[in-house]
Write a protein that binds this ligand. Structure first.
Ligand SMILES: Nc1ncnc2c1ncn2[C@@H]1O[C@H](COP(=O)(O)OP(=O)(O)OP(=O)(O)O)[C@@H](O)[C@H]1O
Ligand code: SF4
Ligand SMILES: [Mg+2]
Length: 347
């Protein structure tokens, strides 16, 4: 892992959405702590998977990196340039280098535009004229993503969901990006075609050397795609590691719980008991003190309630494998109970 000169360097990244209330004068009465102090890097051409349950802040993170959202705190450095609060002008030179692919291929394509118009849109906006013209480039892109290049005059509704996501990929590739943030790019698709689209993204990543931040709900999808994986819980990264280390030696109880839901990912030879976490994720408006996972953790102690664990290389971790837990799991940790304890009892 080359952390000396990462493509993207994120430190202490925070996004709190203010909650307004009161009458007649509306004022800020609280905040949704959607993302709360993230540190991670993405090397050139690398794929980082970002995994966690609904509401843990994955999309917010993606939108912060692509600067669709303004961070509340922390720092985002892209190719050595601080872009944390860069405005339109500051972002202009790199706008084309960072692209996003969205979850819903239906909502993210304009139904009134032809595929050619959609894919060439970014070239038009950025006034880019490729050799041989934009139409030629559109045909090339359609071919790269596995669509018929002659179909550039068709409209999105003439394509299936999987094909539409391919159009989204072609559009993201139009400006030859260096980094693509893919926010659950296959979760809206039929299971039968998810693998095809993941394969396409993998081809794009490898052959074109594009770095990815691949956002997903579970560890199954990023397993074959991302060389490195970060697990998020309630606005924080609880564990980050190279793929082999994360799947083979998960140290955070939450990572273990998530992994137990992936059938083929066994830590040891014995088939593992599925860990079902009790209760829901607590509200990010009023997250638990100390370790945010403690209300659902079967190992929580008093210390977990008072001291927030920091993301560090705990004993037994390889370099680059960081875990935020006071009592990290080990290979011979007694298998977790089938049902974690009642969240009310720990709160
Ligand atoms: N614009 C907003 N204003 C207020 N709260 C927001 C806003 N956007 C997101 N949130 C809140 O921030 C938290 C994180 O949301 P986010 O969409 O980043 O989660 P996610 O991990 O992408 O979830 P999912 O898996 O459901 O897509 C949630 O509690 C969400 O309700
Ligand atoms: S710090 Fe405590 S509550 Fe948090 S994951 Fe570790 S053992 Fe569980
Ligand atoms: Mg999301």
């Amino acid at each position: 892992m080359s952390n000396t000169n990462p493509l993207l360097d994120v430190s202490g990244l925070t996004k709190h959405f203010p909650i307004k209330g009161g009458f007649p004068i509306r004022r800020t009465v609280g905040a949704v702590q959607a993302v709360d102090g993230l540190d991670f890097q993405v090397a050139e051409g690398e794929s980082l998977g970002l995994v966690g349950e609904s509401g843990c802040g994955k999309s917010t993170t993606g939108r912060l990196i692509t600067r669709l959202l303004e961070p509340t705190g922390g720092k985002i450095t892209y190719r050595g340039q601080d872009i944390t609060h860069a405005g339109r002008k500051g972002l202009a030179p790199i706008r084309s280098e960072i692209q996003m692919i969205f979850q819903d291929p239906y909502a993210s394509l304009n139904p009134r535009q032809t595929v050619g118009k959609i894919i060439s849109g970014p070239m038009e906006i950025n006034d880019i004229n490729p050799e041989g013209g934009r139409e030629k480039r559109v045909r090339e892109l359609l071919e790269i993503v596995g669509l018929n290049p002659e179909h550039f005059n068709r409209f999105p509704h003439e394509f299936s969901g999987g094909q539409r996501q391919r159009i989204g990929v072609a559009r993201a590739l139009a400006l030859e990006p260096k980094l693509i943030v893919a926010d659950e790019p296959v979760s809206a698709l039929d299971v039968s075609i998810q693998a095809q689209v993941v394969n396409l993204l993998q081809k794009v990543q490898r052959e074109l050397g594009i770095a990815f931040v691949f956002i997903a709900h579970d560890l199954a999808i990023v397993r074959h795609f991302s060389q490195r994986v970060a697990v998020m819980y309630l606005g924080k990264i609880v564990e980050i590691a190279d793929r082999e280390d994360l799947y083979g030696n998960p140290r955070h109880p939450y990572t273990r719980a998530l992994l137990s839901a992936v059938p083929e990912a066994t830590v040891d030879a014995e088939p593992r008991e599925r860990i079902r976490l009790a209760g829901d994720v607590p509200s990010p408006i009023n997250p638990p003190t100390g370790c945010r996972f403690r209300t659902r953790c079967w190992k929580a102690t008093e210390k977990c309630a008072t001291e927030a664990p920091t993301l560090v290389q705990v004993e037994g971790n390889k370099p680059g494998h960081l875990t935020a837990c006071h009592y990290p799991e080990t290979a011979d940790t007694v298998p977790a109970p089938r049902l974690a304890k009642d969240p009310e009892a720990a709160a």
